[in-house]
Design a protein around this ligand. Structure first.
Ligand code: FES
Length: 280
């Protein structure tokens, strides 16, 4: 990872290809302070806050997500260094930290724009015009799902229900709610962000984002639920076919069918008889 900083923007560039460490690897160690390394400096300054957060919990692993938010607040995303430091502080493996943070669309595993626009694509929003809003926003921004504008200012993502269905169609911008979206309000939002006058604060940005933060398609061995997923970047729900792929796999194979039938018989036997009025 390069540690050189662009003097004009204060932003240091992303991993340099061919550097000693491959993308996704961390050179961080709790025992070595690398001179001039921005992450090591940040980590050292955050240690009192990290200890305060962990002390709040009976089990230190409960501090995993709060620590992820803490590092993201300062770095703008969760760098491999941050993942290694979180694992160290919560006494968990890198795999546990990775699998936890990859579950949440609120935690970014690659650098993103200073403004993250996350438009809801779930049922209430779709019924209330989200499809048109999403197509309009993509066109106005000139980017697609999981992409960032070339100037690194705005990232765009379509996400599942934001639990604000009564104000559909809606979005979150840097995790703040924006309700009742219209084409006009999308225009006003983008214009204000570009003018630097938007009411929501920008995210930290320590590394210039690439065009996309998509994850590569996995081809390795997977459980039935994870195989043949055509688009690993879809979080599930209305816009994602992975549920259907999984369902087809399970019902379409004789071995799964046998297991399901056995289980059904077994569980039916375990179930108490219903009384006449339908209660146990
Ligand atoms: S469906 Fe969009 S907030 Fe619930």
């Amino acid at each position: 990872m390069s540690t050189q900083t662009d003097a004009a923007t204060g932003v240091h560039p992303g991993p340099v290809s061919g550097s000693a460490l491959a993308d996704g690897q961390s050179g961080w160690s709790p025992h070595v302070q690398r001179a001039g390394n921005p992450f090591d400096k940040l980590h050292a300054s955050l240690v009192p806050e990290i200890e305060r957060i962990i002390a709040q919990y009976e089990d230190r692993r409960s501090g995993l997500i709060p620590l992820a938010h803490l590092f993201q607040e300062h770095e703008g995303y969760l760098s491999p260094n941050a993942v290694a430091a979180i694992a160290y502080h919560v006494h968990e493996s890198l795999a546990t930290v990775e699998s936890t943070i990859s579950f949440y669309t609120l935690l970014f595993r690659k650098p993103v724009g200073k403004y993250m626009i996350q438009v809801c694509r779930n049922l209430s929003c779709l019924l209330n015009g989200a499809e048109d809003i999403m197509a309009y926003a993509r066109r106005q921004l000139g980017i697609g799902h999981l992409e960032t504008t070339d100037d690194g200012l705005i990232s765009y993502e379509e996400v599942e229900c934001l639990a604000a269905c009564d104000r559909a169609p809606c979005a979150q911008v840097n995790l703040e709610f924006v309700y009742d979206l219209t084409r006009e309000s999308v225009d006003a939002m983008i214009a204000a962000i570009r003018a630097g006058t938007y009411e929501i604060k920008p995210l930290a940005q320590t590394v210039k984002p690439g065009r996309t933060w998509k994850v590569e398609q996995d081809t390795g061995r997977k459980s039935a639920g994870g195989m043949n997923v055509s688009d690993p970047n879809n979080a599930g729900g209305i816009g994602d076919a992975s549920g259907i792929v999984m369902f087809d796999l399970i019902v379409g194979k004789a071995k799964y069918e046998t297991r399901s039938t056995e289980r059904l018989v077994h569980e039916t036997q375990l179930r108490p008889e219903l009384s006449e009025n339908g209660h146990h």
